[in-house]
Design a protein around this ligand. Structure first.
Ligand code: OAD
Length: 233
């Protein structure tokens, strides 16, 4: 694990599990508590905006009680100390990578602490509730929605991610079930371009067989160990 110069890392809900944030597909996870169609689709939002705004308000509030864990901290250390190119892509809408010290995080599924105005399309930093229909800070219309990518919508910055996957020599997937595309396909894109591929996950993901190496265990342990390996050089 020493010879790499261009690393792309993809993280998912599993990296925040030890911080107390619910994952989606584990027993008792978010998708057992709520129907995806109701809270994570544009159609669900059109049908019942109060339900959707309340769901994301509660998830945003829950962030206040969560703190970054050793896996987030280790990736921040990697960003500071790795001399090559590093792109950290997360599917997570929490802000634990940033609070762990990562300065450059690409949130492909959006962010809980961002609002998207449906009138002027401005994305604004947002820490408060939305259920009370606050005005957009830019155009003043009461048309904010969570700046979260729902099923049927295009994830953010796919062009940049694709270019990084084409150029990387190592792709690392951390704490993601590999159930949701396009992120689930990143391993195959990286492999097709000759990169080594490593999975760090509690259990084999759905796409585990695509990786050249898989390590299974808690991110809070596996990620710091792997970062140590890379930085030891
Ligand atoms: P999932 O809930 O589908 O998967 C989480 C993965 O993390 C599982 O494979 C777990 O085994 C693993 N895991 C759990 N605890 C862990 C730990 N302590 N250490 C390491 N791994 C652990 O979450 P995602 O793969 O992130 O999208 O889900 C992908 C997307 O599906 C989300 O971004 C969201 C969701 O629907 C949208 O809402 C658009």
């Amino acid at each position: 694990m020493t010879e790499f110069e261009r690393i792309v890392i993809l993280t998912g809900a599993g990296i925040s599990a030890e911080s107390g944030i619910d994952t989606f597909r584990s027993a008792g996870g978010l998708w057992e508590q709520h129907r995806v169609e109701d809270v994570a689709t544009p159609e669900g939002f059109a049908r019942n905006p109060d339900l959707v705004l309340g769901f994301y308000d509660a998830r945003r509030e829950a962030l206040a009680n969560a703190a970054p864990n050793p896996a987030h901290l280790a990736l921040a250390r990697l960003e500071r100390e790795f001399s090559g190119d590093l792109l950290l892509v997360t599917q997570n809408v929490d802000d634990l990578h940033e609070r762990g010290g990562s300065a450059r995080v690409l949130h492909m599924h959006g962010e809980l602490k961002s609002a998207l105005c449906q009138s002027c399309e401005t994305r604004s930093r947002w820490e408060r509730t939305m259920l009370d229909r606050p005005p957009c800070p830019v155009c003043r219309a009461p048309t904010l929605r969570p700046d979260v990518v729902w099923f049927g919508e295009m994830p953010y910055q796919m062009g940049r991610i694709t270019r990084a996957l084409e150029a990387c020599d190592l792709f690392v997937s951390i704490g993601t079930s590999g159930a949701v595309y396009p992120a689930a396909g990143f391993v195959q894109e990286a492999r097709a371009n000759g990169a080594a591929t490593l999975e760090l996950n509690l259990e084999p993901s759905e796409g585990s067989h695509f990786f050249s190496e898989s390590r299974h265990g808690a991110a809070g342990q596996l990620v710091p160990e792997w970062v140590d390996e890379v930085l030891r050089g």
